[in-house]
Design a protein around this ligand. Structure first.
Ligand code: CU
Length: 90
């Protein structure tokens, strides 16, 4: 029973790190230039594909290749000059 539980938790944790689709709520973007800066920083991580940034919707969506942690995402958004307020993976 304990083994099953440990395995389940490990599976859930790795899922959250390796999941393909990511949605990031971003505070502070107003225009296309903002979108460009965020796109550039996310792309620079080398771990994001299909990056789409929408200033009006205040979010970025992308797919990950390899491990990309929440703090790496927050750092990339911060380097663009904005704040990642919420990260959801599916
Ligand atoms: Cu802008």
């Amino acid at each position: 029973m304990t083994k099953v539980l440990v395995f389940t938790i490990a599976a859930l944790m790795s899922f959250s790190v390796f999941a393909a689709k990511v949605n990031v709520d971003i505070k502070g973007m107003t225009c296309g230039m903002c979108e460009g800066k965020v796109t550039e920083q996310l792309t620079k991580t080398g771990k994001c594909t299909n990056v789409k940034v929408d200033a009006a919707a205040k979010k970025a969506t992308f797919e990950t290749k390899g491990e990309l942690t929440d703090s790496e995402i927050k750092k990339a958004v911060q380097e663009a000059g904005y704040e990642a307020t919420k990260i959801t993976r599916s």
